[in-house]
Design a binder for this molecule. Structure first.
Ligand SMILES: [Ca+2]
Length: 332
């Protein structure tokens, strides 16, 4: 929920545990489904049993959270929090960690001290840069037309291997799209060339592919405009039955679950990327004549990679029949 408005959160709602404003709430929507308040309080909510605090609160110190999402792989929580006059930010909570984080507003706007200081705040509210505040993982200033962040999603789809592990977000005012990746705990963000003016939301489908939409009704699916070609470096195991049906793991780069994989020109089945960085692909071999064959991976954009004579189809073992026994029948 937003902080209730007016500049610099004059009542310091974001830091008041007795207020729902300026918070993210966590509700059990299956409880009290037919009677007020039409939700329940999860018992492990951080303020579930704190006197003078609203038990619905999960996180505090937010100004105007505009879209939050969970990383479908890790459970990490990403929150786009719209700033006031200077900073737009993405806040973060690692999957599995307890709630109760204080993301700083209004004593801080991003990593800067808030223009309103602590005026109106309850006694005990943290000061700027207090250790108990959780600073954003990403922020940007109001330059070049940026003015209001739109939180998005971590990309966990398989159609765009180069985008694996990229958190997509953007700006409503400029239409800029940004993508952030984490390396050794440090987040780095880049600006994509495509823009979507009036960007209001992102979406994720069942396969983890991402979409965006604008207030003008523009709707688009996010895809890599110049995807990298796959490379196949290894196949394991390197042989199997000519009857097919064997599970084989390909190692390499830039794999896609939408790829076509052939063994000696015959398509394999049950193709799946096994890791977030798209370096392992599992397939089930087709039936094929005995012999060594090339393994070819072709991504949806038609770029391909061939590993020559990488796999051998072995004869189907014959079951040896038991030896005949001779019976002699004697007439009496
Ligand atoms: Ca903040």
């Amino acid at each position: 929920m937003g902080d209730g408005g007016s500049a610099n959160d004059p009542f310091c709602n974001g830091q008041r545990d007795e207020m729902l404003l300026g918070k993210i709430l966590r509700l059990d929507v299956d409880a009290n489904a037919t009677s007020p308040p039409f939700y329940g309080i999860p018992p492990d909510n951080p303020f579930a049993s704190s006197a003078g605090a609203r038990p619905e609160i999960w996180a505090k110190g937010l100004r105007n959270p505009w879209r939050f999402s969970f990383d479908r792989s890790t459970g990490d929580l990403f929150i786009g929090d719209v700033g006031q006059d200077s900073r737009e930010e993405i806040d973060f909570q690692p999957g599995g960690s307890p709630g109760g984080r204080n993301y700083g507003w209004k004593v801080m706007e991003g990593t800067a001290c808030g223009a309103g200081g602590n005026s109106g705040c309850p006694s005990g509210a943290p000061a700027c840069n207090a250790a108990e505040l959780t600073l954003p993982i990403l922020e940007y200033t109001h330059s070049g037309g940026d003015c209001s962040v739109t939180g998005g999603f971590m990309y966990r789809g398989t159609n765009n291997p180069r985008l694996a592990g990229t958190y997509f977000y953007g700006d409503y005012c400029s239409g800029r799209l940004r993508g952030a990746t984490r390396s050794s705990g440090t987040w780095t963000s880049r600006v994509f060339s495509a823009r979507a003016a009036g960007l209001t939301t992102f979406g994720e489908d069942a396969a983890g592919e991402l979409y965006l939409a604008t207030e003008n009704g523009f709707f688009a699916k996010i895809a890599d405009a110049n995807p990298a070609a796959p490379t196949v470096a290894g196949v394991s195991p390197v042989s199997g039955s000519a009857r097919g049906g064997d599970l084989v793991i390909l190692t390499g780069t830039n794999f896609s679950s939408a790829a076509t994989v052939t063994f000696g020109g015959v398509p394999a089945t049950t193709i799946a990327v096994l890791d977030p960085i798209a370096t392992r692909l599992s397939v089930v071999t087709p039936a094929h004549a005995v012999g060594a064959v090339d393994v070819v991976v072709t991504n949806p954009d038609a770029r391909s990679s061939t590993l020559s004579s990488a796999y051998s189809f072995a004869p189907v073992p014959r079951v040896t029949p038991p030896p005949r026994t001779t019976r002699t029948i004697r007439r009496p």
